[in-house]
Design a protein around this ligand. Structure first.
Ligand code: WT7
Length: 651
């Protein structure tokens, strides 16, 4: 049984509220609260109506086939998602519309139209075929944030090759794990990418990963940085040697609604990431519909989702949802403080961005840097702001509203997960009266509840576990090759209902307030990292005997990684060793998992049955008074840790 965060017991609701400004409401895509009741009366009819917006080569037979816990949406239908995102718009005369304004970190820029994106996608698809990729084969994509990344995803989708995008910040070892689990036969990568003024070694990492895998036949490499890279003749192919010479014509494969579109790996409570399976039709309908109504998309909007495409946010709300809605988007390659801390605001000013969607961690970082940076720039083009990835504290919400949104933009705090594929709990910007820190209500056509340990619905005012009670179109269809884990993780805690792993509370008006994970998953800068994954990487170091990792509350990153480490006999902790262990974790997982604090302790607190008492460690790390210590096998351990605490090193 996971321990509940303290937040579940006490939470004071922020009482400020903000109604949609009348001018916004008057032009909103949805402005009448009756959408909720209409959808609720007929969930399947609601989603079917939105599915009509798309291009099907064969219409579906049934809207929903729900055999708990496996859903089929729009079964019997045939379509292609890349055709829906590209050809459909070009045929409608939107070929010259910009799909992405792209900005590289060093300052180079490109604007890619829908017609160009379609051409490049077809060429890439033909190149993949030439490299031996068939419908159903898996392709791993490990690329920087350049237009060729969506091209690669769309090209895979065009020929029905499920892809798995691996975030460019993940290590070679993490990439290898994903290639091995998915059985990918081709990797699409780049020589490198720009980040923080430096270069990320993507090709080098790919080669290191391939030393630990056996399925990959070909590596397609885009030249981004023109740096020297290791090369294997016969296996490695330059993008510029093969893609441009292809025909810009590749008929989209007509695929079953339930054809696997992609796998995306995410951390759970064990050391092994889970391959979340997403399929075609329901995912298209779910992401496009939520995108259109939550972000109030209009033909002339310039929409910027500042996530990395390596996360689900980028898949759903940089690539598929926005392209399905023929949106003009902004894509930025690098970090927010290169060359200066005003980079984002310069981008907004330059492209006259109207909608910004980002993470609370970013907002808190900007708050810390100070309002002089946004104040230098003209942000008056903005009309709507979004937040995602972790709970947003009311202070950051208000700062975002006032300093970035000029007090005129509604804010949509959107709750969802890799598994849900689409936003599930969110305000509707022309309808919902928002409260800072609350994700408000389930999207029309979605039903959620807050339940207690017995699975009973908690009355308003109470806290418990968030569950989703009915299937939704973009929901995961399983964990790749692990039916057991799929059932255990999401569907056995409260049978028939999807267990999200989040604590939540509903206030007297029924608003949902998300309160963080209730399992061993941390949210570090909005990134999901499992405590077990970091622990097992620490323990794989020869000097480490045991490790326990917890998320410590952090004012900027939400949580920060705090590692308690017990060394093997004869080894002493030192700053040097702390550094070595940090680098070890970075090599195993990636820099997002670098522990912020390492504390060497002679012993870890355990119960008599030998289970590490994480609750106590959490209290120690957070400087809280200790809870119940009576179940400790050795009561002196806590004192030893407190003494050792003096020697904890911060990164
Ligand atoms: C976890 C899922 C969804 C895309 C990015 C994260 C937390 C997400 C919110 C929010 C409070 C949130 C939850 C969830 N989370 N959005 N608006 N308010 N918490 O996807 O990496 O799969 O993480 O992120 O804890 O379980 P993910």
């Amino acid at each position: 049984m996971p321990t509940q965060p303290k937040a579940l017991e006490a939470l004071t609701f922020d009482e400020r509220r903000f109604a949609p400004p009348e001018a916004f409401r008057a032009q909103a895509n949805w402005r009448d609260a009756s959408v909720y009741a209409d959808a609720d009366r007929d969930l399947e009819g609601f989603w079917a109506k939105h599915a009509e917006d798309f291009l099907w080569s064969k219409r579906w037979d049934t809207v929903l086939d729900w055999q708990v816990p496996y859903a089929k949406w729009f079964a019997g239908g045939k379509l292609n998602i890349s055709e829906n995102c590209l050809d459909r718009h070009v045929r409608a005369g939107l070929g010259a519309k910009v799909a992405y304004h792209w900005e590289g970190e060093p300052g180079d820029t490109r604007s890619v139209t829908y017609a160009e994106l379609l051409d490049e996608t077809q060429r890439c698809a033909n190149a993949l075929r030439e490299l031996g990729v068939h419908t159903g084969d898996r392709v791993a994509i490990y690329m920087p944030m350049i237009p060729e990344l969506p091209v690669a995803m769309l090209a895979c989708a065009r020929i029905g090759a499920p892809f798995t995008v691996v975030f460019g910040g993940f290590s070679a070892e993490a990439l290898a794990g994903r290639i091995n689990d998915s059985g990918a036969t081709v990797v699409i990568t780049a020589d490198g990418g720009y980040r923080k003024g430096g270069v990320v070694q993507l090709k080098r990492n790919t080669d290191d990963a391939l030393a630990q895998t056996s399925t990959v036949q070909k590596v397609l490499v885009y030249r981004r940085t023109a740096q020297e890279v290791p090369w294997t003749d016969g296996r490695d192919v330059w993008w510029h040697d093969i893609v441009p010479r292809q025909e810009a014509h590749c008929p989209p494969e007509q695929l079953d609604s339930e054809h696997m579109l992609y796998l995306l790996y995410t951390s759970g409570t064990t050391a092994k990431p889970k391959g979340i399976v997403h399929t075609t039709a329901g995912y298209l309908v779910g992401t496009a519909t939520t995108h259109k109504y939550i972000f109030d998309i209009k033909p002339d909007d310039v929409y910027w989702c500042a996530a990395d495409i390596g996360w689900v946010t980028g898949h759903s709300y940089i690539v598929f949802g926005p392209l399905a809605n023929a949106t003009t988007g902004v894509m930025y390659e690098g970090v927010p403080d290169f060359p200066d801390k005003d980079r984002w605001w310069r981008v907004i000013e330059k492209y006259k961005v109207t909608i910004l969607y980002c993470a609370p961690t970013a907002i808190r970082t900007f708050m810390k840097w100070g309002s002089q940076y946004p104040e230098r720039c003209d942000l008056r083009s903005l009309r709507l702001l979004g937040s995602v990835g972790e709970p947003i504290n009311p202070e950051a919400w208000i700062w975002y509203r006032e300093t970035i949104g000029g007090s005129r933009c509604p804010i949509v705090d959107t709750w969802w997960m890799t598994e849900t594929g689409m936003i599930l709990i969110t305000p509707l910007p022309g309808i919902t009266v928002t409260k800072p820190g609350s994700a408000t209500f389930p999207f029309p056509g979605v039903r959620a509840d807050v339940v207690d340990d017995e699975g009973k619905s908690v009355p308003r005012g109470g806290a418990g576990y968030l569950v989703i009670t009915t299937p939704w179109p973009a929901m995961l269809r399983g964990i790749y090759k692990d039916d057991r884990r799929y059932r255990d993780t999401y569907w056995s805690r409260f049978p028939g209902r999807f267990f999200a792993g989040d604590g939540a509370k509903r206030d007297e008006q029924g608003y949902f307030w998300l309160m963080g994970r209730v399992d061993d998953v941390m949210k570090i800068s909005g990134h999901r990292i499992s405590t077990t994954e970091v622990e097992s990487s620490l323990v794989s170091h020869p000097k480490v005997a045991e490790a326990a990792v917890i998320g410590r509350e952090d004012p900027i990153t939400g949580q920060a990684i705090f590692a308690f480490v017990t060394l093997r006999g004869g080894t002493d902790g030192s700053d040097g060793l702390s550094r070595e262990l940090r680098e070890h974790v970075v090599a195993k997982i990636g820099s997002i998992a670098r522990p912020k604090t390492i504390m060497f302790t002679p012993e870890l607190p355990k119960t008599r049955s030998g289970k590490i008492m994480r609750r106590l460690l959490r209290d120690i790390a957070n400087g809280q008074p200790l809870g119940d210590t009576t179940t400790l096998a050795d009561a002196t351990v806590v004192e030893q840790i407190r003494t050792a605490g003096a020697s904890a090193t911060e990164d």
